[in-house]
Design a protein around this ligand. Structure first.
Ligand code: NAP
Ligand code: ZN
Ligand code: ZN
Length: 348
């Protein structure tokens, strides 16, 4: 029997989220059912639901930073048992057969990974996310949460954490690397922590110095305001890697000027509008302008272990279900230190 869940859904683009009841599918042989306890608010939830990435299907329940406890397992599930502390992130299915899937990079599945909400899954049903009291998903996309991590502060690791960890690893960040993190929001505050844990010298480039003390506590060595034009002179050709987490357009040419020879700017932010860039800005020092999306199942497990071993977690502000719409407005205004996490018990 499908089960009923309480959830917060957007009825249409630009409409506030409202309380609804949704159905979760029967537990299939390889499925894990999760009673959700916490769900992080990612800026992608806002872009998607407000239609900033184009037309979407509604109603949609956002949320892809999910933690909770296993409430049921399918007959063929061997890795999870009822009561286990688990997480679900941004993807819930992939074809498992293409070259990317076989390489263990499900997020780049050539058939398209299935997002946790707002898309039609391989069974023809639309996926609905974690701003809800339960979710049912294939065990391959369920992660054990190490005991050392609280379920609340672990939730943002499932998107913000893995989204920054994967490119830091891919571009070989370690001792001797100089990394700039642009934007100290949800992704940014995880990038500072993981960059420092991997041994890099991390610089934060933020709109102001308002969060400088937090940035240093998280592991940044330098912290500069991008509104101060001296910053771009000070940091000229200073970095091997720039992790851009900003949700709006930036003048990329100016930021490419901060890279050393052979450096890479990884664009993680997914703003609404295209960003122009001059070819000259990256030709001169053989620079790369790159993108990256979340991380694989294997990397997510590795990232959770590193977080537990290194004392890394998200700095969160917990909100109740009836505060979600206000929290979204605060995210858009960059007024969050550093991730809102919904206490899903307030939906029960
Ligand atoms: P967030 O918490 O809102 O953080 C973004 C930060 O960017 C803000 O805190 C702010 O930091 C800075 N910022 C915002 N508006 C700005 C502006 N107009 N000019 C300059 N700086 C600005 O968002 P998030 O959840 O970290 O997500 C960031 C972006 O990454 C979003 O576009 C999201 O969709 C995308 N994302 C991508 C992936 C992926 O797989 N590639 C995964 C998750 C999220 P300061 O106040 O410090 O300047
Ligand atoms: Zn996200
Ligand atoms: Zn695939």
């Amino acid at each position: 029997m499908p089960t009923t869940a309480s959830a917060y859904a957007a009825p249409a683009a630009g409409q506030p989220l409202e309380r609804v009841t949704i159905q979760r599918r029967d537990v299939r042989p390889l499925d894990v059912a999760v009673d959700i306890e916490f769900a992080g608010i990612c800026h992608s939830d806002i872009h998607h639901v407000r239609g900033e990435w184009g037309e979407q299907a509604y109603p949609v329940v956002p949320g892809h930073e999910i933690t909770g406890r296993v409430s049921a397992v399918g007959s063929q599930v061997s890795n999870f048992a009822v009561g286990d502390r688990v997480g679900v992130g941004v993807m819930v299915e992939s074809c498992r057969e293409c070259e990317a899937c076989q390489d263990g990079e499900e997020q780049y599945c050539t058939e398209g990974m299935v997002g946790t909400y707002g898309v039609v899954g391989r069974d023809g049903e639309m996926t609905q996310g974690g701003y809800s009291t339960s979710i049912v998903t294939d065990e391959h996309f369920v992660y054990p949460i190490p005991e050392a991590l609280g379920l609340d502060v672990a939730a943002p690791l499932l998107c913000a954490g893995i989204t920054v960890y994967s490119p830091l690893k891919h571009w070989g960040v370690g001792p001797g690397s100089t990394v700039a993190v642009v934007g100290l929001g949800g992704l940014g505050h995880m990038a500072v922590q993981f960059g420092a844990a991997l041994g890099a010298e991390v610089t934060v480039l933020s709109q102001s110095l308002a969060k400088a003390d937090d940035g240093r506590r998280l592991g940044a060595t330098h912290y500069y305001a991008t509104t101060d034009s001296a910053t771009f002179q000070k940091c000229d050709q200073a970095f091997d890697l720039i992790i851009n987490t900003v949700s709006a357009n930036l003048p990329l040419d100016d930021y490419l000027g901060l890279l050393r020879r052979n450096g890479t700017l990884v664009e993680l932010g997914l703003p609404e509008h295209p960003m122009p860039v001059r070819a000259h800005s990256f030709a001169g020092r053989r620079l790369s302008l790159a993108g990256s999306t979340i991380g694989s199942v294997r990397e997510t497990q590795e990232m959770l272990e590193l977080a537990a071993d290194s004392g890394i977690a998200s700095l969160i502000e917990t909100v109740q279900a009836d505060q979600i719409n206000d929290a979204w407005d605060r995210v858009v205004a960059s007024d969050v230190r550093f991730r809102f996490v919904i206490d899903v018990n307030s939906m029960r």
